[in-house]
Each structure stands twice: as C-alpha cells, then as structure tokens.
Write a protein that binds this ligand. Structure first.
Ligand SMILES: *Cc1c(COP(=O)(O)O)cnc(C)c1O
Length: 424
C-alpha cells in the first residue's frame, strides 16, 4: 500500500460484521477464564491484554498504523510528545551515560534533556545542526549512547542532515533518534535515511485539529543492539524486574526496544495515551496526507508573499530558495516543508505587537500545526520576561513572529496578513 492508503487502512482490519472504525476500548482491564491464562500474559509467553497502562487494543491499532507509515517494525503511543522523547532516550540510557543532541530542538525537549534528565545523571552535548564533521565527531564520548535531532526543528526550522548524523552515530555504534513531529511521515521518513528510532508529538499535525495531546515512538528494528551488547545491557541481558527476560533474545531486533519500553517504562512511569485520544489521533491520521500537502502549499505561498513585502525584514522557510536549508529541504522534504514559517517585521517589538492585534483570521495561540492558522509573537507572550538583548541571545528576536499556516483558502490567509501588515 502507498502512504495515503496506509493512512486509512493500516493497523486495523475489521473481520466479518465488526465495526469499520477502530473501536474505543474504554476498559482499564480485561477478563480471563483461568489464572493460568493470565499468568502466560505476565510471563510475555502469550500476547493479549490485561491492563490498559501496559497495552490497549485501540492504542495498539493506532500505534501499528504509525509504525506502518514510518516503515518501522513496532511502535508505542505515549501521553504526550514529552513522554515520547523521555522514553526514547531513557530506554537506552542510564545514570552515567551521555547523548549528543542538536542545539535547535524544541524548547520543552531541550529543558527535559539539559535540566531534568541531567538530574538523573545523563549528560547531553549540544551541537548545531550545521556544525562541521569535526565538531560533530568531537561531541562523542566513550559513554555516548544515542544521537538526537529534529527533522524540521521547532521553532528554529533548521533541517537535520539525517544521513550525515546517522553515519556519525553508526560510526560510534549508537542509534540516531529523530523527532519527526513537524515533517510527519508524509513529508519525510527518516528511517529511509538511516535513522533508527523516530518520535512524534502527535499533538501537532498528526492529530491536526488541536484536540488531543499525545506522542509516539517508532522503532526501525534495524539497530543491532547485540553488536554493541556491552553498551545496551538493558536490551541484551536478562531483565530481573521482568521474569528474567532478555529482550533481544525473546523479541528479536524488530521487537526488543518497544517491548522493553512497554514492559519497563510504561509499567513504571505510566504515561499512557488514553484510548479516547488514540481514537481522535486516528481520525487525524486518516486525512494527514491531504492536510500536509495543503499546509505546505499554503506556507510556501505565504513565505513568498512575506519575502516580497516591504514591511517584512526577513523570512525563515526552508521551501524558499533563499533559505540556507533549501538544499537539505530539496533532499529530505521534496513534497513540502510543512506549514510553519517564521519572519520578522520592520520596527521590532512594537510593530510586531500592532501586527498581532490587527490579525482577524490568524488566531493567537502557543499551539502550532493546527488545521487553523495560528500566530505567536514570543517577545510579547512566551518570552515576555526577556529584554531585547536576551531575546537576541536566545535566537528569538523581538521582531520574530511564528506563523503556523493552516489549511484555509490561501487567499483568505494572504488577505489577513496583508491587512495586518498594512496596519503597522
Ligand atoms: C510539541 C513538541 C514536542 C512536545 O510534545 P507535547 O505533545 O506538547 O508534549 C516535542 N517535540 C516537538 C518537535 C514538538 O513540536
């Protein structure tokens, strides 16, 4: 099946007389005839459900669809993108380990890594996505266990050279984890370029309707944990907390990583996605290819319009030939660069404030990747405690406006931007 078809059909195949849409299995628990039947599930000898914190049929169907879209072997849903990124790293890192991460990742992930996971004894070295090969090489240490980056960074909109980062990671015997939230598998499938594990905040384009916070982790099944068994004892030696199972032995390379994340991390931390949310996420996935196409087409039109506008000082969108990331976008994102554009208005903070007040269609929201156009001026909202110098240092100038272009008719979006710019 092609991707558009998988978005509608993968993950759930109703049998004769069964519901066409994935049923919401709104049950915390599952009933068995004998204790022996249930015992086999606990020993991971039989597959089946016993408690929704570990697995639920609705979630499993949606996770299987996302695995199919990314071309992976296994996937799990999480309660949020934050939980997905935490689990993805913590599943293979412990106190005393180290990770190389891109500096331009999402602020929430940066904080998770540099503050909270640091408190757990995991160290991160941050490198620019366009650092030299020597700088990338120098970031690795003997205790490095993973490399992490975002396909299209939120909100910096830098593009990750996935192939280059995968090569560097593999040369050091560690996997590349890619947060593919902004691109979605419609625009880029990082496994095809060598990434080993993919994460998503499904809250963004996958849901697409601003209705449900969620996350997902997908495993390519390609990273050979056994070849670096001493680095990943959690996957390659018996888990005494789970019936002495060795994950790579019992579930193979295709199932070890996600089974471990389910059996250990979901068991202990419990950040499950509610089956209701998984159902909503699935509705979003059904129309994802159409929406990504329209988001990208509208955003390119908006970026071209802004670039020519006399009141705009700069535009950041990898789809523009003027972008320093245009060549990478042509390689990794031939179908489009998603709906998020950032730009600066002449006149700085005050002019940006007037622009924001004058918008009629674009809604002011911290959210991105919604079907409706959303706009954020960080200097007067999320970053308002910072002065102009601090803003510049954070790479979020006082003039910066982040525009998440929706799937409305593009003439309406352009007309709204035109009248708001005219009011400055
Ligand atoms: C939003 C976002 C996250 C965090 O996801 P939540 O669902 O908000 O927890 C992680 N990575 C990226 C790239 C994001 O845009």
């Amino acid at each position: 099946m092609k991707l558009e078809t998988k978005c509608l059909h993968a993950g759930y195949e109703p049998q004769n007389g069964e519901p066409r849409q994935i049923p919401i299995v709104q049950s915390t628990t599952f009933k068995y005839d004998t204790s022996e039947d249930m015992g086999k599930l606990f020993d991971l000898e039989a597959s089946g459900y016993f408690y929704t914190r570990l697995q639920n049929p609705t979630n499993d169907a949606v996770a299987a669809k996302i695995a199919a879209l990314e071309g992976g072997t296994a996937a799990m849903l999480t309660s949020s993108g934050q939980a997905a990124n935490f689990y993805a790293v913590f599943n293979i890192c412990s106190c005393g380990d180290h990770v190389v991460a891109c500096s331009t990742i999402y602020g929430g992930t940066f904080n998770l890594f540099s503050v909270t996971m640091k408190r757990m004894g995991i160290e991160f070295t941050f490198v620019e996505p366009d650092c030299s090969d020597e700088e990338l090489e120098a970031a690795f240490r003997p205790n490095t266990k993973a490399v992490f980056g975002e396909t299209i960074a939120n909100p910096a909109l830098t593009i990750l050279d996935i192939e280059r980062f995968a090569k560097a990671a593999h040369a050091h015997g560690v996997p590349l984890i890619v947060d593919n939230t902004f691109a979605t598998p419609v625009l880029c499938r990082p496994f095809e370029w060598g990434a080993d594990i993919i994460t998503h905040s499904t809250t963004k384009y996958m849901d697409g309707h601003a209705s449900a916070v969620g996350g997902c982790i997908v495993d390519s099944g390609k990273f050979d944990w056994n070849a670096y068994a001493d680095k990943y004892p959690g996957l390659t030696t018996p888990d005494e907390s789970y019936h002495g199972i060795t994950y790579t032995q019992r579930f193979g390379l295709e199932g070890a990583y996600i089974t471990k994340a389910t059996a250990q991390l979901m068991r202990d931390f419990g950040s499950i996605q509610a089956p209701q949310h998984a159902f909503l996420l699935n509705l979003g996935l059904e129309s994802l290819p159409l929406r990504m196409e329209r988001h990208s087409e509208n955003a390119l039109a908006v970026a071209e319009f802004l670039e020519k506008h006399p009141k705009v000082s700069w535009v950041n969108y990898a789809g523009l030939p003027s972008s320093p990331y245009h060549a990478l976008a042509e390689k990794y994102l031939p179908k489009g660069c998603c709906g998020v554009v950032s730009f600066g208005v002449k006149g700085g903070r005050d002019a940006a404030g007037v622009f924001m007040k004058s918008l009629k269609l674009g809604m002011i929201a911290t959210h991105v990747a919604d079907a409706r156009t959303c706009v954020l001026h960080p200097a007067s909202s999320t970053h308002r405690q910072m002065n102009d110098a601090e803003l510049a240092a954070a790479g979020v100038g006082p003039d910066l406006i982040r525009l998440s272009v929706g799937i409305e008719n593009k003439e309406d979006i352009l007309a709204d931007l035109e009248q708001a710019l005219a009011s400055i």
